[in-house]
Design a protein around this ligand. Structure first.
Ligand SMILES: [Zn+2]
Length: 601
């Protein structure tokens, strides 16, 4: 019988492999004191209500107070949620985390009057206030972003009506979630060891990676059999969701839901549309990749369920955590001594919670607040993939570090549009480092394929989703029906166009739209694709060894949210309103595809 490896209990993990949360709060009593303070401050914030118009000084005071409350709340939140993540089975942690969740909702409600009232000021009144109180200019980017919403905020009465209906508006998404996560029952099937497994969305991904074709095929067919059974309900939740977004965009004076969603980050619609156009131009590269898979897997027909099984064998490289740290430092050395010194700081000062223990949250993330270290949670295993995870999370962590040390609190965060660029650039640097330093063919093939698979899943696949999302919203806006048959017909054709002539067009895949939660996130997925492409291009710039390029990149890491995301990326060296950064990224994909073809072809 196989030996079952027990995870250590939390208290058995060596302390140097855990993160040090006492630097946030030395004791729980300190945490509770701050908790009480936030509650009190949020309560008394209403003293500014109705007074923002009075004069510049009052406005300034209110803004400062609001940020101070949020700042303290973040510390309380981060402490409670990270304690909970380190051992979710600990009842005390759970309770602490739950009370903080409640506090977050309470504070947000208590501060909610601020922005609508602020927007009652005219631009002239705001300028006058700035003249009276020049310190307001330290918040000019915040004020710019708030006032940009002016044309899209309605009267108090209308806002109250919309706010009161917000639960109703999110019903399609909630219905999708309960149906997808709770109600759907998938059949039991045999895994590659012949053991019974109950299929679920959770293990579907693992089964699709199986080297046993029977397993992948059965997982694929069994999964979609269930979705087919409920396709009309899924079409209803998706179309109602689109209709809601179109409606809200219309009443808020946007021309489309797409424009409304992108306005949140001040991203021009052209960024989205350029991504779709340029990706379509390069679909022949994805077709070539599919053909290579078919050849390497020695298949007569390549099906959608053949796209995730490894084609370059198992990785032969293994790293202990200590070896991985050394390797990460070498791969990131191109970013310069200052960058490296902070990576070392992360390693040496217990910013990282390294190994798994009983009850610890799975996966990996980088977190923390403005006042804390930018912590990392890992569940370390000695694999090459985990080395990639380490440099990825380190990318977020150093981005946070630089931002928090170069920007005031009000600009000390960054938007999701730029966040994944810092982490993925690091992954790209590691890819190039490994390609340059290993002659072994198997290693090279594995690394090349790791990159190509990442590009396929992030640039091609997420752009396919983005294209679908745009189509489905436009379809509804034009008053055309979005029935299961209409959606599936479009999706099947879209999939065929993306994967090309070599793919066997399995009927099942035309139902994929039904199971993607991101279609309820309101024009979110395109950022995965733009981010990955921008990171590929930036990494190439950095590797070209022109110090100005590296400097420009570091400037982005230090910018936080002091400017619009698109302007920050321009300064970093990628103009995302333009095609060029995408063209460069597809060039890299092509070059690495050529290399892999040559290596194993
Ligand atoms: Zn990330």
């Amino acid at each position: 019988m196989a030996e079952v490896k027990q995870l250590p209990k939390r208290e058995e993990v060596p302390v140097e492999l855990t993160w040090d949360l006492t630097k946030i709060y030395a004791t729980d009593t300190d945490f509770e004191a701050d908790f009480a303070k936030v509650k009190k401050e949020a309560e008394s914030f209403k003293k500014y209500q109705g007074k923002l118009k009075e004069n510049g000084d009052t406005l300034l005071e209110a803004i400062k107070e609001m940020f101070a409350i949020q700042r303290r709340l973040e510390n309380v939140y981060v402490y409670a949620s990270m304690k909970n993540d380190q051992d979710t089975a600990n009842a005390e942690n759970q309770a602490k985390n739950a009370t903080v969740q409640k506090l977050v909702a309470e504070v947000s409600e208590k501060l909610s009057w601020f922005q609508p009232e602020l927007l009652h000021l005219t631009i002239e009144e705001l300028e006058e206030a700035k003249k009276q109180t020049p310190e307001l200019n330290e918040y000019s980017q915040n004020l710019r972003e708030w006032f940009e919403m002016k044309d899209h905020v309605l009267s108090d009465k209308e806002e109250a009506l919309l706010a009161g209906a917000s639960d109703i508006f999110s019903a399609p998404e909630s219905t999708f979630e309960v149906l997808n996560d709770a109600d759907l029952k998938f059949p039991v099937m045999k895994d590659e060891n012949g053991d019974d497994v109950e299929l679920s969305e959770g293990i579907y991904g693992t089964l699709l990676e199986s080297t046993d074709r029977r397993v992948r095929k059965e997982a694929f067919q069994n999964l979609y059999k269930v979705y087919r059974q409920f396709r009309h309900t899924f079409a209803m939740t998706l179309s109602s969701h689109n209709r809601t977004e179109n409606y809200v965009a219309k009443v808020r004076n946007y021309s489309t839901a797409q424009e409304a969603a992108l306005a949140n980050n001040h991203i021009p619609v052209s960024v989205y549309d350029t991504l779709i156009n340029v990706t379509n131009k390069h679909l022949p590269l994805l077709h070539r990749y599919v053909a290579l898979r078919k050849k390497l897997l020695n298949l007569d027909e390549v099906h959608m369920y053949d796209l995730y099984t490894p084609i370059a064998g198992e990785p032969t490289l293994k790293y202990t955590y200590d070896e991985a740290k050394e390797e990460a430092l070498k791969a990131l050395a191109v970013l310069g001594d200052d960058y490296l010194s902070h990576v070392k700081e992360a390693f040496d000062n217990r910013w990282i919670d390294v190994v798994a223990n009983q009850g610890k949250r799975g996966g990996a993330y980088s977190g923390g607040s403005y006042d804390t270290a930018p912590y990392i949670l890992l569940n370390w295993q000695d694999t090459l993939d985990n080395l990639f995870t380490l440099v990825h999370e380190m990318g977020h962590t150093i981005h946070s570090y630089y931002t928090r040390h170069n920007q005031p609190y009000q600009y000390g965060d960054y938007s999701i549009f730029v966040a994944e660029i810092a982490s993925t650039t690091n992954e790209n640097l590691l890819t190039q480092y490994l390609l340059d330093h290993f002659e072994d063919k198997k290693v090279k093939a594995y690394v090349l394929n790791h990159y190509l698979d990442g590009f396929k899943g992030t640039v091609f696949r997420q752009t396919q989703f983005a294209e679908f999302e745009k189509w489905s919203h436009e379809q509804d806006a034009a008053g055309k029906p979005l029935t299961a048959d209409v959606i599936s017909k479009y999706y099947g054709e879209l999939n065929k166009r993306y994967y090309g002539p070599d793919i066997f067009n399995d009927d099942e895949i035309s139902l994929e739209w039904a199971r993607i939660p991101h279609f309820y996130y309101n024009y979110y997925v395109y950022q995965y694709a733009t981010g990955f492409a921008a990171a590929t291009t930036l990494a190439q710039n950095i590797l070209n060894d022109n110090p100005a390029d590296t400097q420009a990149y570091l400037t982005y890491l230090k910018s936080g949210s002091s400017e619009y995301p698109i302007d920050i990326m321009k300064k970093a060296g990628v103009d995302m309103t333009n095609e060029e950064y995408l063209e460069k990224a597809f060039d890299v994909f092509e070059k690495r595809l050529n290399e892999l073809e040559k290596l194993i072809g």
